[in-house]
Design a protein around this ligand. Structure first.
Ligand code: ADP
Ligand code: ZN
Length: 768
């Protein structure tokens, strides 16, 4: 792919209004909650301007030259004097018409500026063309257009011109020199004599081989679909053949063969000459899947957070140019610039990593469903534990549900045993993470040649550092959160803001007694296991040990080869891994997330336990799961142990309905934060009055009052975070349109003081 640049456009022209203009561009900027501005398109930019390109325009105080995105072109004059575009920055539109519509929808739905979304969606490497280089080409002037009489050429010049004509298209200067076996002098002569012209084109300069290596393609044997898979395929296949929007929930227990169905679906659209987009929660965990895609589905591009600008830009252009059949990536890959998309797959659709927790606060699953709708293509959402939102959509008939109720090859789901820590913990002696029951099960599994996975969803060594004399607890200087002691680095760390300080010897408050280190993290667990399981190799997988790119893949490969006997880690190890030799999975503390002040705490706990249980017994040797808990009767734990998703959903659904929580009501969360507590509180109170008076005044389209509950303002559960005092609101309504009507009535007039920030989170996941 090469593009022609127009160096003559680089001069800056004045921005005076052209009264004769009859083409107008609507331009948006990277600003919150903003509208589009009209600019006249001067004659000289007529051929270059297009929707989806960036432009430079005079904007704001003093007409500062500002970059914006052209989102619309029209011939209707705006009815007032407008300024002129100064420059068009891109040779090609950065976004397809469908992506323009998608981002427009996002701006409306997530209540931010369209320009903010566009700026976030297009990677830097696509904007600045990283990975390409401007290169000089020579193009022969057609014989008919040659100056008369034809200029006289030297023999070398004639030879070069012949070589150029033979190619029938523009040729890179250096290549032409090679073809004509001459230096560059005679070729320059062709330009001087008017028989050829120079073109500057951008060509790809990034060598994909120098980038991140993809896992080797695996010639995966095509398995015969089992009866359940066939039933699902009988519904999927015609939908894929026909095209058109349709959303499927593929609800299949762990190991039921969902991935095989994704593969068939992708093969089908690739056969039709179309492309597929696969979103996964975490790219580092999918090397096996990527191997299969490469083996069966064609050219694959993998987008992940370790890509540099040039590599990302190169992928972006290859995808936009139709050279890639399958795009695999995390959240932001939902914006991949594929132009002939035929299918979107979202694996583990319930995962919270699909939600972006910074502006724009979008949920990639919901954006993907909207994209499928706009592109008119099928989308498959797969999970063993669908989110309640998705389940609800299937119940309402919005999504077609396909079910794979059992594992392939009649493998049973693993038996899950609960260990009640209220009774099973040894009472005397030092603290131990492993109950006698779990420890002996580990010895049994290892003794039989099996491998063990242990989940402990908290990193660090000690999670609670306090003074037994005065009760002081070591907490972050900037957050209302306790510090975690990391022994390897010998620091106390805040897991939210990264604040660190050296561990004190004596209590910093009373200076009388040494502090005590309690609470269990993965480092301490690792130490305990090393001590008690000498002769076995244990490795830890958490964000401390997995900092460097490629470290996941390396450790997982070691584990697969059997060089590691015990793999312990945070939720990273719960997901997607398929190791047939794992005969025991232990959950060290199932209660960790259960009591957070978040209405999704029960759902998350259930999902995590179900996911980690799914890692056991995936091979012919079978396997079991042991879960340590203080709450064995809690539905999240008891029902995960019996693999009873449906019962869990029934209970949780009733609870959500009764408390008017999603998915039965839509929610928006507003967070007001400031370093000055008083100012944050005052503004939150003013905003509350704004909401409540607007509610009294506003009427819905049917003339009825708006049905919105305004909860708040209140201090956020974590009141101080990163040095900011935080107040929040929750707005709840049965209808998203009603919620938007209220927000749109209040927010534009909400004058946020200069030291206060207001964040709007539509469909929030983070409630802390
Ligand atoms: P899931 O994605 O539902 O967890 P996978 O698709 O990873 O399950 O399937 C689990 C294992 O079973 C994989 O090794 C896969 O190759 C294999 N598999 C899938 N379908 C079949 C089948 N019909 N017959 C035999 N093996 C299968
Ligand atoms: Zn902190």
């Amino acid at each position: 792919m090469s593009q022609i640049t127009h160096p003559e456009l680089f001069e800056e022209l004045g921005a005076s209004a052209d009264q004769t203009a009859d083409l107008f561009a609507e331009v948006v900027f990277d600003r919150p909650l903003d509208h589009a501005y009209s600019y006249a398109v001067p004659q000289r930019l007529r051929d270059d301007i297009a929707v989806g390109k960036r432009v430079q325009v005079p904007f704001g105080k003093g007409d500062r030259t500002t970059v914006g995105y052209c989102v619309h072109l029209g011939t209707t004059a705006p009815g007032r004097a407008v300024k002129e575009l100064v420059r068009v920055l891109d040779d090609e539109p950065l976004l397809s018409p469908n992506l323009m519509r998608l981002t427009r929808w996002m701006a409306d739905y997530y209540l931010c500026g369209w320009g903010q979304i566009l700026n976030a969606v297009v990677p830097a490497g696509a904007k600045d063309q990283s990975g390409t280089r401007a290169t000089v080409f020579l193009d022969a002037i057609p014989e008919a257009d040659l100056p008369q009489p034809p200029p006289r050429l030297t023999p070398r010049q004639s030879a070069a011109l012949d070589a150029l004509r033979q190619q029938g298209k523009p040729v890179e200067l250096r290549r032409l020199a090679k073809l004509a076996k001459c230096g560059t002098r005679p070729i320059e002569g062709l330009v001087e004599k008017g028989v050829a012209r120079r073109l500057v084109r951008r060509i790809e300069s990034f060598d994909p081989a120098a980038g991140h290596a993809l896992p080797e393609p695996a010639e995966a044997a095509r398995v015969e679909l089992n009866a359940d898979q066939q039933r699902a395929w009988a519904v999927l296949e015609p939908a894929l053949r026909q095209g058109g929007f349709q959303a499927f929930l593929l609800y299949g227990v762990t190991g039921s063969g969902k991935t095989e169905l994704y593969l068939r679906a992708i093969e089908e659209v690739v056969r039709q000459g179309k492309e597929a987009l696969v979103l996964v929660p975490e790219i580092s965990l999918t090397p096996q899947t990527i191997q299969c895609f490469r083996g069966r589905c064609g050219e694959v591009a993998v987008l992940h957070s370790h890509l540099g600008n040039a590599e990302r830009g190169t992928h972006w252009r290859r995808i936009a140019g139709g050279q890639v059949q399958v795009v695999v990536g995390a959240r932001s890959a939902v914006f991949a610039p594929s132009r002939r998309l035929g299918l979107i797959v979202i694996d583990e659709e319930h995962e919270s990593t699909f939600k972006q927790e910074a502006t724009p606060r979008y949920h990639a699953r919901d954006v993907a469903v909207m994209r499928a709708r706009l592109e008119g293509i099928p989308i498959i959402l797969g999970s063993a534990t669908p989110s309640l939102e998705t389940w609800h959509n299937a119940e309402r008939g919005q999504y077609t549900r396909l079910t794979l109720p059992s594992r392939v090859l009649d493998r049973p789901l693993p038996q899950v045993g609960l260990i009640d820590l209220r009774h099973d913990r040894p009472h005397n002696g030092p603290f131990r993470a492993l109950s006698p029951g779990l420890e002996s099960a580990m010895r049994h599994a290892l003794g039989g040649g099996g491998q063990v996975i242990l989940l402990l969803n908290r990193r660090g060594f000690s999670t609670h550092i306090h003074c037994p004399g005065c009760g002081h607890v070591a907490s972050c200087k900037f957050c209302d959160l306790a510090l975690t002691f990391h022994r390897e680095r010998d620091v106390m760390l805040c897991h939210h803001c990264g604040y660190e300080q050296g561990p004190p010897k004596l209590c910093p408050k009373c200076s009388q007694v040494p502090v005590r280190y309690q609470g269990l993290g993965t480092e301490k667990l690792e130490a305990e296991i090393q001590e008690r399981f000498q002769g076995f190799t244990v490795r830890r997988m958490d964000s401390d040990t997995m900092r460097r790119p490629g470290s996941h893949a390396r450790l997982l490969a070691q584990f697969r080869r059997g060089e590691v006997h015990i793999l312990l880690g945070t939720q990273m190890i719960a997901k997607g891994l398929d190791f047939p030799n794992v005969t025991l999975v232990g959950v060290v503390n199932a209660d960790m997330g259960l009591h957070l002040p978040d209405f999704r705490a029960a759902e998350r706990t259930f999902q995590l336990l179900a996911q980690v249980s799914g890692r056991a017994g995936r091979g012919p040797r079978g396997g079991r799961v042991l879960v340590q808990t203080y709450n064995p009767e809690h539905p999240s734990i008891a029902l995960a142990a019996t693999h009873d998703y449906l019962r869990f959903v029934a209970i949780e659904t009733a609870h959500r309905k009764a408390h008017k929580y999603p998915p039965y009501q839509r929610m928006a969360r507003l967070i007001v934060r400031s370093r000055a507590q008083q100012e944050a509180g005052d503004f939150a109170n003013r905003l509350a009055i704004g909401f409540r008076t607007a509610l009294e005044r506003l009427k819905g389209p049917d003339g009825a009052p708006l049905e919105v509950r305004v909860l708040g303002p209140a201090e956020a559960p974590v009141f101080r975070l990163k040095g900011y005092y935080r107040f929040h609101f929750q707005l709840q309504s049965p209808s998203p349109a009603t919620l938007h009507q209220l927000l749109r009535a209040v927010l534009p007039g909400a004058r946020t003081p200069s030291h206060v920030e207001l964040t709007v989170d539509v469909d929030p996941l983070d409630m802390l």
